[in-house]
Design a protein around this ligand. Structure first.
Ligand SMILES: [Zn+2]
Ligand SMILES: [Zn+2]
Length: 638
């Protein structure tokens, strides 16, 4: 007898073995129809796997979150099946589930075309209509290798060869013939996938991700539970493409990249203005919060990086250069530099917390394939800070940092923020007592914020727990930006100490924190979040003054001077063009405020205001306009 505990606590007794199919049927025939897989003691398995011992089970249906992963996985199999039917001789390799969908890598001489994708998609639909049943077999290793070699699937044979002996090899059949090596689990039949999927694109990918290997063709697909989910997703992508910061960066003349310096930004005047606005904003907030801004060298002797542990752990990301018969590394992080500043002069507990900040330019060697506009670069500027404090101060300082970060995000129009908390990993330094204390400190900070949070068990660094701050942008995408990390390790490694109130020397705790994270990336996110329409206080050009004819030029020039006196970034367009043409052009370049002056405005000492995205115009007096926009331009305060 086995006893099967259901989610509602009911227990069913069976003669062993019993399958998920049987259990679902016994609960309700309608449940069997909806059943996709079974969860047995927390693990997902095929419906017809045999259960031989007492278990807690749950029948998984489309209502479960896990269903998405299942239908995406089956879609990958179904696509491979379709490809091999349409293009015999194509070899299959691997086909995992990814965010929003799946892909499969194929080995085929001829490239797949856009038209092929359509054909494959239609073939998949045909297969789904036939609803082939799934069957799982366990094969013996040598037999499996030989079998896949015989049918010309050399990549599969290679995969099996690399699987450690002793691991069970399961082969999944969909229908009578097509089969693939797979861990599973799978839907009972391919018809359960539904038809809310779409093949998106084909791209090159090296076998096993190694550029020395053969180039394969990767077909990407997306798959959802319902047609509506699919449509929403496609709309989201379309919207994301429209907002692409690389496109907007070009059309708004903010920055460019070029091959001579991969992953490093050439900032144009307008982009740099944006960058400086962020720096000034942050500098102001940090000064008020008691941070001391410093600047530390970009290159430091390799021996220091060896002491800090970066050389061992981070070396492959570090650029080096030789001089004076020494090796120097360009900093990938600012922390060791800040400890050198802390170490100057004797520190006492009265000096703590000591907060050192820097807009530190760091370099990290990212593989060229990973680079992506401003979002992933090799040279970037962190709004980095390190708080040196006592163990007792961790709680209060963590709370302060969290509040500061959240307020700052709000100022930029991000109201939706999520937190991720990572606690102690198995391998770690530091006393468990201090871990208890600092984990509690971070959790308290999170709870006080009242925001949604996830816990990543055991995902903290070996030197301390951390919080990651995740922004949710205007189209629902998540961006991890800020971090707050407790560190019991580095200060000691680099010889930091202070005199405690009992007269003894102690090692301070260090909190690493960044709010924007990388300024370059944060600007990329801002561009996409606002679709290039920056809030007035941030916009590189805030106001364009447009005289209707040359007769108002003097008036326009005077106005521009008055606005600039108030610190407003103003341009003037006194070209001999029609006013409607000028309005259109400056709207396309997303200048938030246009000030139009004709003979009436000159006569009345007034100005006509038109805001970006609005048809409505308003005429007000000159003084009123200057007053209004200089107060609107003040950076949001906490
Ligand atoms: Zn599979
Ligand atoms: Zn740091």
């Amino acid at each position: 007898m086995v006893s099967i505990t259901l989610p509602d606590g009911n227990i069913k007794k069976y003669e062993a073995p019993v399958t998920g199919t049987q259990i679902a049927k016994d609960i309700a025939p309608s449940l069997l129809k909806k059943a996709l897989v079974i969860e047995i003691n927390g693990e997902h398995k095929d419906l017809d796997i045999q259960i031989t011992k007492d278990s807690i089970v749950k029948i998984v249906t489309m209502d479960d979150n896990y269903a998405l992963e299942l239908i995406r996985h089956d879609s990958a199999h179904c696509m491979a099946m379709a490809v091999q039917e349409l293009f015999p001789g194509t070899q299959v390799t691997i086909g995992p589930v990814i965010e929003n969908g799946f892909y499969y890598d194929f080995a085929r001489e001829e490239p797949f075309t856009e038209h092929d994708l359509e054909k494959i998609e239609n073939k998949m639909k045909e297969i789904i209509d036939l609803d082939p049943k799934t069957r799982r077999e366990v094969w013996e290793r040598d037999k499996a290798i030989e079998h896949f070699k015989n049918i010309g699937e050399h990549y599969k044979a290679e995969i099996i060869e690399s699987i450690p002996a002793g691991e069970e090899l399961s082969i999944y059949y969909h229908g009578n013939n097509w089969h693939d090596l797979c861990r599973g689990p799978h839907l009972p039949s391919l018809g359960k996938i539904g038809k809310a999927f779409k093949l998106m694109k084909v791209a090159g990918a090296y076998w096993r991700g190694d550029s020395n290997n053969q180039m394969l063709q990767r077909i990407y697909g997306t798959c959802w539970k319902t047609k509506k989910d699919l449509d929403d997703y496609l709309k989201r992508i379309e919207e994301a493409e429209k907002r692409d910061h690389r496109k907007l960066g070009k059309s708004l003349d903010l920055f460019h990249f070029q091959e001579e310096s991969p992953g490093a930004v050439f900032w144009h005047q307008k982009g740099w203005s944006l960058f400086q606005s962020l720096v000034n904003f942050m500098r102001d907030k940090q000064t008020r919060a008691g941070y001391l801004e410093v600047n530390t060298p970009e290159m430091l002797d390799k021996t220091l990086w060896e002491k800090s542990g970066h050389w061992e752990k981070f070396q492959e990301y570090m650029y080096t250069t030789d001089a004076d018969e020494k090796t120097f590394a360009i900093k990938p992080m600012n922390c060791p530099g800040h400890i050198q500043v802390f170490n100057q002069g004797l520190k006492s507990y009265k000096d703590l917390p000591l907060k050192i900040s820097e807009f530190g330019k760091v370099h990290r060697y990212e593989p060229s394939g990973a680079l992506h506009g401003l979002m992933r670069v090799r040279a970037f500027t962190q709004d980095d800070a390190h708080i040196f404090c006592t163990e007792e101060q961790i709680t209060e300082e963590s709370l302060k940092v969290t509040n500061l970060i959240l307020d700052i995000y709000k100022s930029f129009g991000f109201d939706d923020v999520k937190l991720k908390f990572s606690d102690r990993p198995e391998k770690r330094v530091g006393d468990d007592l201090i871990w208890d204390q600092s984990e509690k400190a971070l959790l308290d900070a999170i709870k006080t914020s009242g925001l949604k949070y996830d816990i990543n068990k055991g995902e903290g660094a070996f030197y301390g727990p951390k919080i990651e701050f995740i922004l949710i942008d205007a189209i629902g995408r998540e961006w991890q930006c800020g971090t707050l990390q407790v560190d019991f390790n580095l200060p000691g490694r680099l010889g930091a100490s202070y005199v405690a109130n009992d007269g003894n020397k102690k090692v301070p705790v260090m909190l690493h924190r960044a709010m924007f994270g990388s300024l370059e990336r944060f600007i990329g996110i801002l561009i996409e979040h606002h679709a290039g329409k920056f809030p007035f206080w941030l916009a590189p050009d805030q106001i364009a003054v447009l005289p209707i004819s040359s007769e108002q030029n003097d008036y326009a020039i005077k106005l521009k001077m008055l606005l600039e006196k108030k610190g407003l970034r103003t341009i003037i367009d006194n070209r001999n063009e029609k006013i409607n043409y000028k309005i259109r052009e400056h709207s396309v370049s997303k200048i938030p405020v246009l000030m139009i002056c004709g003979s009436k405005e000159v006569q009345n000492n007034s100005i006509t205001i038109r805001r970006l995205g609005q048809e409505h115009q308003q005429t007000i007096s000159l003084e009123e306009a200057i007053e209004k926009f200089s107060s609107e331009s003040i950076t949001p305060t906490i």
